[in-house]
Design a protein around this ligand. Sequence first.
Ligand code: NAP
Length: 352
Amino acid sequence: MKRSFLSFLVDQWSVVPPVETTDLSGKTVLVVGANVGLGLEASKHFARMQPARLIIACRSEAKGKAALTEIKQETGYNGCELWIIDLANFASVTAFADKFEKEGGDLHILVMNAGILQPVYQSTTDGWESTLQVNHIATSLLSLLLIPRLVAAGRNSSTPSRLVLVSSGVHHYVKPTKEVKTSSKPLEMLSSAEWCIPEHMHSRFFESKLFNLFFIRALTDRLQSITPLSAVAVAPGYSYSQLRRFWYEKPTFSFVRIGLAIQERLLAWTSEQGSRQLVFGAVGGRDNEENMKGGYVSVSRLVEVADFVLSDEGHKMQDAVWNETIDILSSVSDKIAPIVQDYLVVPDSSTN
Ligand SMILES: NC(=O)c1ccc[n+]([C@@H]2O[C@H](COP(=O)([O-])OP(=O)(O)OC[C@H]3O[C@@H](n4cnc5c(N)ncnc54)[C@H](OP(=O)(O)O)[C@@H]3O)[C@@H](O)[C@H]2O)c1
């Protein structure tokens, strides 16, 4: 599907369907990146559905505690727990997964929402460009490490578990160069300081959101169809949040900031409206479960992804990104290889 600027406007000006609701009693929900913006609003929606456990994972204890208080005050739900994680640090992600293995029990819904828009090159302590690590590599790491808990929950429940990755409609606008498309290590290339010149960093957020979609589709191709887990990508729509803080937190005047403020005023949904897409990915479409598997949700319905994703070139790049991601993650955690071995199968090439 091609997404024109007009269809973007139509989506942003259309009435956002009401939030999906269901009974979450007895279920465990984990929202990563939940102290502000879409993750916080989605957590409030989940809290109102009374899950047995609602875990919000945040990188700042102070901000996380403030979110806990807000969730409790606005929803009256008492079962919310704060766990700490920093996706810019692989050791923090693996420690979080270890803690979950010991204390988390079965996991029915995982919403991988944390993300950054960092248009200037910054390296993490692990040596990766920060947006690539936070939005794609570490997001994939935690998703894979929690697959055993998600599958266990699905086996003990009447409905499959859900893994939701927050992607974006901006994946439509990625135009990878030939060098990146044909590289066997696109992540290494995109992450290098030499590559991350300002001209290339403009599209970094977009690329990371394309990789979220690749991950969900590649994972779905590799999960056996009987596995009680549906992996879903969602586009939250252009929404008010702190995502564009890079420009708003600058002490100096900038035309970009004024342009963003006008654009948001004209087009943006509230964080609450955006969060409805995350909730739809987590609990919606139950009457269409087979199509939700590997699906892409926008404006509370399944829609087709960008033509590039469906093309031969897109499939080749998706495979290269998947293979490289698994290689990287296998060197970060010795639990990745057994999870791939036990839960995933080599996809039938005819499905591509
Ligand atoms: N808003 C939009 O228009 C829009 C459009 C398309 C896609 N999205 C996606 O929606 C998701 C939510 O974004 P948002 O708009 O709600 O932005 P936001 O208000 O900035 O929220 C992002 C969340 O991610 C957390 N986070 C950032 N880096 C992290 C790290 N290293 N470790 C753990 N948590 C981290 C933030 O925590 P801190 O507050 O501590 O930084 C915050 O809780 C993101 O994946 C974003 O890419 C948003």
